[in-house]
Structure formats: C-alpha cells, structure tokens
Design a protein around this ligand. Structure first.
Ligand SMILES: C[S@@+](CC[C@H](N)C(=O)[O-])C[C@H]1O[C@@H](n2cnc3c(N)ncnc32)[C@H](O)[C@@H]1O
Length: 286
C-alpha cells in the first residue's frame, strides 16, 4: 500500500525515536536480505567502491587522514573510504546497522575501522571530544535530523580547525517532487512544501532498497532547502568551498522515471526534462 500521512510527532524526541525504530528494522535486510541487491553488497565485498568518482576527487587525498562518517548506516560507504586509505570511524544511532558495519569490517579485514552507536546529537560525548580531519555524511542523512543548526555545531566540534566537511545529498528540486498518476500515465508533480518547518510524517511499507519489503514503519523526515543547510554551516563556523549539482542520484525515488547511470547511481530516463538530482557540498571548519 502507498505511503500515507500520519499525525505529526508531539516533539523531536518522538520523531527521532520512531525514525530509529524504522532504521533499526531495515539494517539487517539492507546488509544481508532483500535490500542487499540495491546496496550491491556482493560486488562491494568483491572490491567495488560505493563512492561516486566525484566524491573521491572533490574530497581530495584521504590517505592516513582520520575520517568520521556521520550516519554511516551499515558501513559500506565508510569502509569504501577505508579502502581509499582513510582511518575510519562510523557513527549511527541504529545498533543493528552498527552490528552490520562491524561485521563487514571484520570480513574485509579493516581491524582499525571503528563503529560507534550514537545519535548525531550525542556524537561529541560518544566520541569523547575526539577531533577528526574529515567528516563525511549524506546520501539520505540530513533529512533525518530535526535541527541542522545543532548538526552544524556538532560537526564543528568534531573537526579540527581547517578540517573538511563533505556531503552528498538529493537536491531540494527532487525533495519537493512526487510521482502521481496523470491522464497519460505517471507524472512528476511538486508535492512537498519546503517552506513548511515541520517534518513529513508518513507510514508505509518497503524501503528504497526493496519496495516490496513488508515491514510497516513510521518515518518523520525534514526536507531542507539550500539556504537552511548553508546558513547553518556558516553560523556553525564553516567556510563554504564548493557546491556542485548533478543529474545523477544515489537512489531511484520513482523507479518508473529512472535508469541506472553507473553502479550505485541513477538518472532520469530519456524524454524527461533533466533536473538537478543530487549535490555535493564541501566546507572548511574555520
Ligand atoms: C540512508 S542512511 C545514510 C547512509 C548511507 N548513505 C547508506 O545508505 O548506507 C541514513 C542513516 O542515518 C541514520 N540516522 C538517522 N537519524 C539519525 C540520528 N539522529 N543520529 C544518528 N544516526 C541517524 C540511520 O540509522 C541510517 O543508518
């Protein structure tokens, strides 16, 4: 059944708690169940990277650098950075996701990769004030955070001065859209108001990694505009270094409109007006 609205959460605490239940329920399925095909676990274990080539180029050399992956999920992106030579710490609030990340680190022999269970809000305490050279995050991460000003403060506290924050996310253009049935078949229409401050609260089944997965879950997500993200970073003590948009995306929100552009990325099928689908952002902690 299609995703449908539920009443908004009473507070951010309820939203984060229900999101944690949702993510924790999906972690094993993504790592070793019906979602493993989307995550290309087999190919990734055999050596394929989960990173976009532009990510590796834009972030610059990571060899020997300490890299913190915030909201690391099952560790596939984090350990791809370990393959590039970074000393990796992954952090996520889902115990099941961290269990999978540790399992993968063991399989791949990254004994010094560390994975920590914590919310982003509690990350400074969980990491005991450690400061990193690089924070990497994104690909469906920011939308789960109720307060981007707090997130920017946490990132600033976890980076050494001069350190790099780098992320990839879907664009606001994508985030306002949804697919609906029109007279000539499915069409993309603007649906979500990005000037609305509260979360989009919905209940439904399936995952972006397996739309047929039967686990019903409630989610609360905040779709952010560029100004909210960039102003939070500037206020948090960052200098913006780059913002690049691309016509490729790290998932296929409406499969009927998308086709693979390369492993782990999708683009709109021919015949659709091209639009910016994802962006990368790099900022320096002052
Ligand atoms: C789509 S994943 C992003 C990681 C990566 N792109 C991937 O797909 O493997 C989003 C992750 O954010 C985590 N998450 C959501 N809200 C969080 C919070 N408040 N604190 C820490 N982790 C959170 C979830 O557990 C999930 O693993």
């Amino acid at each position: 059944m299609a995703w449908r609205p539920v009443p908004p959460p009473e507070d951010d605490e309820q939203a984060v708690r229900e999101n944690l239940e949702s993510w924790d329920a999906m972690a094993h399925m993504h790592a070793q169940g019906s979602g493993a095909g989307f995550y290309r676990i087999e190919q990734w274990l055999a050596g394929e990277s989960k990173l976009g080539p532009w990510e590796i180029e834009e972030i610059g050399p990571v060899e020997g650098k300490s890299l913190l992956h915030l909201q690391c999920h099952i560790g596939t992106d984090s350990l791809s950075w370990a393959r590039e030579g970074a000393r990796v710490t992954g952090l996520d609030f889902s115990p099941n996701a961290i269990e999978e990340a540790r399992r993968f680190a063991g399989i791949l022999g990254f004994d010094d990769a560390r994975f920590v269970v914590s919310s982003v809000s509690d990350a400074v305490d969980a990491l005991e004030g450690e400061r990193f050279d690089i924070i990497y995050t994104g690909r469906g991460a920011l939308c789960w955070l109720p307060d981007l000003k707090e997130w920017a403060r946490v990132c600033a506290a976890l980076l050494r001065p001069g350190g790099t924050l780098y992320l990839e996310e879907s664009t606001p253009t994508v985030n306002i859209m949804d697919s609906e049935e029109g007279p000539e078949g499915p069409r993309l229409v603007p649906k979500y108001d990005l000037f609305e401050e509260g979360p989009i609260s919905e209940i439904g089944e399936g995952s972006y990694a397996d739309p047929d997965w039967p686990g019903e879950r409630i989610t609360h997500c905040w779709e952010y505009r560029y100004d909210t993200i960039i102003n939070a970073l500037i206020e948090g003590g960052f200098r913006m270094d780059l913002l690049n948009e691309r016509d490729e995306l790290f998932y296929a929100p409406w499969p009927e409109f998308f086709e693979h552009s390369r492993p782990n990325y999708w683009r709109l099928r021919d015949g659709n007006v091209p639009m910016p689908l994802s962006f990368t952002l790099k900022a320096t902690r002052l």
